[in-house]
Design a protein around this ligand. Structure first.
Ligand code: SF4
Ligand code: SF4
Length: 390
């Protein structure tokens, strides 16, 4: 039986840890830095230049494919599918009491519904206020109050103290399209963002239809990775992202805070961090040198890294600079990761060894390269190959 360590052991946090200010994320900083220049990493001027040069994977078709995949991403927190209040779609009739069952029964039902709405994995944990951003992008603080329903006004964003549980949801990204990174054919991140809205928003509405309250969110409102780890979806990898046993880093995370009692999920089986200690494949392949090759540390290189957690810190600023250089989201580290493997007998067997016989990790890391896993697919051929779900 694989040992499951407690959260504090796999994600050690200093007592002095302070809630992270969303104005310090690399995206927020980059937006401020580049506002005067009017440049986005996939801005029109850059697109035109790449299209006219005929760079494979950067044609008008490829860019339109990527951009359209993100058609449903709403306008940010507490809007659209991420609304903190009822959308009026699933409503509990007045004449019946709200659905009250044991946390275990509620978790079972919520998990199945979330999977139907698009999740690949689902976990539950108690709400940990440390992971909420301290402030929104415009400076308003996120605070906690004894109210029934979350709300935002001109002064603040209010999370109800009653929302003591959170559903962590991983939505899938495709293996095949990810193998075309770094080109716009790596469309999986964008379609993932659309899926996050639909899945978290539908689940929140389902919970409201049962008579409870729910706050769905994507990357906004609170840090997703620690919540996902606490809810047992996976572990922090060297690249600084969540690594799952099922799909490696090929997931996007969304979450739903609620006052409906849920039973916490067990931690994911250990072994991922130990494997990352010897693998380093993402660090070796990162074109901007953003992923550390050394041991885990208590703080990262930039202001965009929330300090106080013992982990590998990816330099999010130099990573984003590379996106600007290449003209699209990069994702090379996702493509190269040793855990980016479809499920199947041989891969599942190796994962069993990684969980149970860590002494072989170096051998598996060596053979992963030897077998050529993680290589880039040829973008000139993408549109000639019939679609295959992955
Ligand atoms: S997305 Fe690209 S640049 Fe950023 S850390 Fe991964 S490999 Fe490096
Ligand atoms: S490439 Fe290797 S070191 Fe990097 S996250 Fe994946 S398993 Fe860990």
């Amino acid at each position: 039986m694989t040992k499951r360590k407690p959260f504090e052991e796999v994600y050690p946090i200093k007592d002095t840890y302070k809630r992270f200010d969303s104005r310090n994320t690399s995206f927020a900083q980059s937006r401020r830095r580049r506002q005067s220049e009017g440049l986005g990493y996939a801005d029109d001027a850059g697109k035109v230049e790449r299209m006219n040069k005929g760079i494979p994977g950067f044609s008008i078709v490829d860019y339109a494919f990527k951009d359209a995949a993100e058609t449903y991403t709403g306008r940010g927190m507490n809007t659209g599918y991420y609304s903190w209040t009822s959308l009026g779609v699933a409503t509990k009739p007045e004449g019946v009491p709200r659905w009250e069952v044991s946390p275990e029964e509620a978790s079972k039902v919520v998990k199945k519904a979330a999977k139907f709405y698009g999740a690949t994995s689902v976990g539950f944990t108690e709400t940990d206020k440390r992971w909420f951003y301290s402030n929104l992008g415009d400076g308003r603080p996120i605070v906690f109050e004894d109210v029934e329903e979350g709300y935002m006004d001109d002064e603040k964003a209010v999370i109800p103290n009653s929302h003591k549980w959170v559903v962590a949801i991983a939505v899938p990204m495709e293996f095949i399209e990810n193998s075309y990174a770094p080109t716009p054919i790596e469309v999986t991140s964008n379609v993932g963002y659309s899926r996050m809205h639909v899945t978290a928003g539908s689940l929140a509405e389902f919970i409201r239809g049962l008579g409870w309250h729910a706050i769905p969110c994507g990357n906004d409102t609170a840090l997703s990775v620690p919540i996902a780890i606490q809810a047992g979806l996976g572990h922090i990898g060297r690249m600084g992202r969540l690594i799952t046993w099922e799909r490696g880093p090929l997931v996007r995370i969304c979450k739903v805070f609620t006052d409906m009692p849920l039973a916490p999920s067990p931690q994911a089986p250990g072994g991922i961090i130990e494997y990352c200690e010897v693998c380093k494949k993402c660090a070796h392949n990162c074109p901007s040198g953003s992923i550390p090759e050394g041991p885990r540390t208590w703080e990262g290189p930039k202001e965009s890294n929330a300090p106080g957690v013992y982990k590998w810190y990816c330099d999010e600023d130099s990573c984003l600079d590379y996106w600007h250089k290449v003209g699209t989201g990069c994702s090379i580290c996702f493509r190269c990761c040793s855990f980016t493997k479809k499920q199947g007998l041989s891969h599942d067997m190796i994962k069993w060894f990684i969980r149970n016989v860590p002494a072989l990790n170096k051998f598996w890391a060596y053979t992963d390269d030897l077998f050529g896993y993680g290589k880039m697919s040829d973008p000139r051929k993408y549109w000639d190959i019939p679609y295959e779900p992955s």
